[in-house]
Design a protein around this ligand. Structure first.
Ligand SMILES: Nc1ncnc2c1ncn2[C@@H]1O[C@H](COP(=O)(O)OP(=O)(O)OP(=O)(O)O)[C@@H](O)[C@H]1O
Length: 815
């Protein structure tokens, strides 16, 4: 039975692989046809000339086409004499377009070509040009059918296409049907292109009717003052005019002076009506013109929306990848294929394990009603349904006995399997297979995922590719004893992101105290890495420098929150979508925000050398950074409680455990046992708060990572790595005799802020007073000179020496 199910699975997996492969290739190649300005001029003028030539040929064909018919069949004979002004070619092209094509409407094509030339030469909006072509072609077809309606044979009026299409329509719907179809086409065109609505038509009829009425009235009552209104007044004006008829008549003395139609007075009257259009609404409430007003109100848009729409219409959506427009994603063939990939079924082994499980359980008087096996890359899951009335805890307690009888390491009992109502016994396969990075990257699940930061970790026990979104996690803790696959796991995470995200969309901050694990990523520094402005290497190997980077990330986080607040967005996805739709002005400090992924390898080492100082910024980032696109991945060999403290654990819901040596370590990382029963070599447990999922991590070797980074590194890059905000913590306050008169204008504000917050940090000033790095640093020096803050204490905030605002006032007044 087991054989059947697994066979099915393996064959069904084979197909998507190849499909996905082509899918990747399609994604990877992104051709772009960008012309330089000179090329645009050449191409544009070429199009203009072709347009003019076509026009001349067509025009001449109308007069000379018949005469050239006799020689057309000899084309391209050089000796023949053509009457067409553009000779052979002109006659031939015109014959093709006009007689064999769309008839006289083909002139529009000449116009479109000419227009295209102008657009290309002057570098005008391509979206509009596309619209012209679409509408132009539709008009050509419509006119061609219309002209074809009036002809009874192929001729120049509607061309062959017009005539044939007409015949086609007439055969099916008769003459009346064809006319109605054409009429429908016209109406649809007017409605879509010129936004004509039922109301507009009704109103224009009414307007025409009124103006005729007015004309008649004007003739009958030439002596009345009211007739000074112009006939071309709008409906609204008419309504208001009637509303004001009485007051105007009452002001007889002034109006009677101008009883004769006077052009100046007409203007005055018109202006008067224009000004009061809104006010007399109530008087005109029963007039049909009101519907027009409602229409305009409906279509009204806010100014910024209009501007954004216009910008999008003119330039399209903002494309953050444009700066590296020719960037090519790494190809699949950079990743290795392994010979021992794919699941092989050992029927004997399956049968043997089944018998042993049944036997062991029956020794303890546990009967089984059914047993089912699911073969994964490293372990096989035996799902059993025990007889009714058997307590689950009884089976769970037999874990060691079953392990003993199967003589295998890494047996894990899941009792019960959540949502299934069965009990699972995971038994390692004798021959485990490698899950290659290539197979998970090529999987449809990964390729088609629309996650923000998709990570293909490996394959689950049922051999499905396991893909998760780092943006949703939103931070990840990874632990495992040495040599169990942590570094490979980190590489799998980074590789997944490199295969899916453009350099403009994601940046990595890499901390590698071991100095060797992540060095390969140096090659992609200017594509994908982020660093502090003054640092030389993007990958941080010195633990003391990590604190600056972490604090800088905190500043970046605060800055991003400020930007999100100003843009009225709740998270980075909304913000970036708004920015792409050109609704946020870069001049107001807005910019496209890439995701930032902070990877810390050997976190225990970091805590040991840099002490608790790293814990605060890490905890801050973990608590707050999820919405603004900063995600943390922290890996450690020793998951002891003094490394993974409560505050860190609480903020890292997603945990990954490779094999650990003790149950206690497993409990620290997973809040339960299990990680101690894994078999190592990439065998891992993943949890995001609820159930544990056993996964075989995808294997990506160092040469593969090297090939990928070389592939990316050899392409055009940004001028520098992505720069993080400067962090001033390291700057020492030395200049203690700063002149009082030289103090910064914001000195007092800064002093009050620092005393109120009781925190002597320059980054606080930067944030709250919106200062640059240098100015905030100078103010801190001045505060130190004034005795308000203490000495520079490394990366810690300075001590504040003044307890409250009253003391501060006293101190400054005494100076
Ligand atoms: N997913 C995997 N599939 C197959 N083999 C693996 C996998 N992950 C790791 N291994 C094997 O385990 C070895 C050690 O892995 P890795 O270097 O990732 O361990 P580590 O946990 O980072 O160790 P350390 O903490 O000492 O750096 C690898 O060289 C490889 O042979």
């Amino acid at each position: 039975m087991a054989k059947k199910t697994t066979k099915k699975k393996t064959t069904s997996k084979a197909k998507p692989k190849t499909k996905a492969k082509s899918n990747v290739k399609a994604k990877i190649k992104r051709p772009s046809f960008k012309l330089s300005n000179q090329q645009k001029l050449i191409f544009g003028s070429f199009l203009i000339i072709i347009g003019v030539l076509l026009f001349i040929s067509f025009l001449s064909f109308v007069f000379t086409g018949k005469e050239d018919q006799s020689v057309l069949s000899n084309f391209p004979e050089r000796t023949d004499q053509y009457k067409n002004w553009a000779s052979q070619l002109g006659a031939w092209v015109s014959e093709f377009f006009i007689t064999k094509g769309f008839g006289l409407p083909s002139f529009i094509f000449a116009g479109l070509l000419f227009l295209s030339g102008v657009y290309v030469t002057l570098n005008l909006n391509k979206v509009k040009l596309r619209k012209h072509w679409i509408w132009g072609t539709l008009i050509v077809i419509w006119l061609s059918i219309l002209f074809g309606f009036f002809t009874h044979k192929y001729d120049v009026l509607g061309g062959t296409i017009g005539f044939e299409m007409n015949q086609f329509f007439q055969d099916y719907s008769g003459k009346a049907g064809t006319i109605l179809l054409l009429l429908f086409g016209l109406i649809a065109y007017l409605a879509i292109r010129f936004k004509v609505t039922g109301d507009t038509i009704v109103n224009s009829f009414k307007r025409a009717k009124k103006s005729i009425k007015e004309d008649l009235q004007a003739e009958n009552t030439t002596n009345e003052p009211v007739v000074t209104f112009d006939n071309s007044l709008t409906d609204e004006a008419e309504a208001i005019k009637s509303a004001f008829e009485i007051p105007l008549e009452n002001k007889e003395p002034t109006i009677s002076n101008h009883s004769k139609p006077n052009p100046k007075k007409e203007v005055v009257a018109e202006e008067l009506t224009m000004e009061v259009t809104e006010k007399p609404k109530e008087e005109t409430v029963d007039t049909p013109e009101l519907t027009m007003e409602v229409d305009t109100v409906e279509e009204e848009k806010s100014e910024s929306d209009n501007l954004a729409d216009k910008l999008v219409e003119d330039f399209g959506h903002f494309d953050p990848t444009l700066e590296l427009g020719k960037y090519q994603f790494p190809t699949l063939d950079l990743l290795k294929k392994y010979h021992n990939e794919g699941i092989s079924i050992d029927q004997e082994e399956l049968e043997e394990n089944k018998n042993r499980i049944v036997e062991t359980l029956s020794n303890y008087k546990i009967g089984i009603t059914s047993i089912k096996a699911t073969i994964g890359p490293t372990v096989t899951l035996y799902e059993i349904v025990p007889d009714a009335g058997i307590r689950i805890s009884k089976i769970k307690n037999l874990e060691d006995d079953i392990a003993l009888s199967l003589a295998a390491l890494g047996i894990r009992i899941i009792a019960p399997i959540p949502g299934k109502g069965t009990i699972g016994i995971e038994v390692p396969n004798k021959n485990s297979t490698i899950v290659s990075m290539r197979s998970v990257i090529a999987s449809q699940k990964f390729q088609k995922s629309d996650m923000q930061l998709p990570i293909a970790f490996g394959k689950t026990i049922s051999n499905e590719t396991f893909v998760v979104d780092l943006a949703k996690m939103p931070h990840m803790l990874m632990a495992g004893a040495t040599g169990q696959g942590k570094s490979v796991g980190l590489n799998a995470v980074l590789t997944s992101l490199l295969y899916k995200k453009h350099p403009a969309e994601v940046k990595f901050v890499l901390v590698d105290p071991k100095k060797v694990e992540l060095t390969l990523f140096n090659k992609i520094e200017r594509h994908y890495l982020a660093k502090l402005p003054d640092s030389e290497d993007a990958i941080i190997t010195d633990n003391t420098k990590v604190i600056n980077t972490l604090n800088s990330l905190c500043i970046e986080m605060d800055n991003r929150y400020e930007m999100l607040k100003n843009a009225f967005c709740r998270n980075i996805a909304e913000y970036n979508a708004k920015f792409k739709a050109r609704k946020l002005n870069p001049n107001d400090g807005h910019a496209f925000l890439p995701y930032i992924v902070l990877v810390v390898d050997e976190f225990a080492d970091l805590i040991m050398t840099a002490g608790k100082e790293v814990e605060t910024p890490i905890a801050r980032l973990a608590q707050l950074a999820r919405a603004i696109g900063i995600h943390l991945i922290i890996a450690t060999q020793r998951p002891s409680v003094n490394v993974i403290t409560g505050i860190i654990k609480a903020n890292f819901p997603a945990r990954i455990a490779f094999r650990v040596t003790s149950k206690i370590d497993s409990r620290t990382i997973l809040d339960g046992s299990g990680a101690d029963q894994l078999i190592g070599r990439g065998d891992m447990l993943y949890t995001q708060g609820n159930e544990l999922i056993r996964i075989q991590c995808a294997f990506v070797d160092t040469p593969e990572v090297e090939k990928i980074t070389e592939f990316i590194g050899s392409q055009k890059a940004y001028p520098d790595a992505h720069l993080l905000p400067e962090y001033v913590g390291e700057e020492g306050g030395t200049n203690l005799d700063i002149d009082i008169s030289d103090r910064d204008k914001l000195f007092r504000d800064a002093a009050e802020l620092i005393v109120t917050a009781q925190q002597g940090s320059a980054s606080l000033l930067q944030r709250k007073l919106k200062l640059g790095y240098n100015r905030a640093g100078r103010i801190i020096d001045q505060l130190e000179a004034a005795g308000i803050v203490g000495n520079f204490e490394g990366s810690k905030a300075r001590q504040v020496l003044v307890p409250d605002l009253a003391s501060l006032d006293q101190l400054l007044d005494n100076e």
